[in-house]
Structure formats: structure tokens, C-alpha cells
Design a binder for this molecule. Structure first.
Ligand code: SF4
Length: 62
């Protein structure tokens, strides 16, 4: 599965980073960076948590 970021929607809240810090982080400019967009079963729960916690629905699983 793959995490997809709708960048224009992202407001840099960083809640997704708190939910899945090994998959994504905010850079120095407050822009979200997907460190690992392709995730396997081992990371599926964390990826799902990151998607659910985003208050503006900027992340989805494809
Ligand atoms: S929680 Fe949503 S709005 Fe906040 S940084 Fe992550 S993707 Fe962007």
C-alpha cells in the first residue's frame, strides 16, 4: 500500500508525524515529507493512524 499526500490540503499540523514518525516528518519549513510512501503490512496500522488523525484529510491510503 501507499500513502498519498494531498499537499495543497496539508496545513502542517504535524499530528500525522506524531502518529507515524518513522513514515513522515515535517521539514524545517513546516512542509510534510513522506519518508516512506510505500508501506508494508508491518507499518499498515501506523499509516492508517496517520491518515485518521489528519484534521483536514490530506492523507489517504492507496
Ligand atoms: S496531520 Fe494532515 S495537515 Fe497535519 S501535517 Fe499531517 S497531513 Fe498535513
Amino acid at each position: 500500500m501507499r500513502i498519498v499526500l494531498d499537499r495543497p490540503r496539508c496545513e502542517g499540523h504535524g499530528l500525522c508525524e506524531e502518529a507515524a514518525p518513522e513514515l513522515m516528518h515535517l521539514d524545517d519549513d513546516g512542509e510534510l515529507v513522506l519518508d516512506r510512501a510505500e508501506v508494508g503490512e508491518a507499518d499498515a496500522a501506523r499509516a492508517g493512524a496517520a491518515v485518521r488523525v489528519c484534521p483536514v484529510a490530506a492523507l489517504r491510503i492507496a
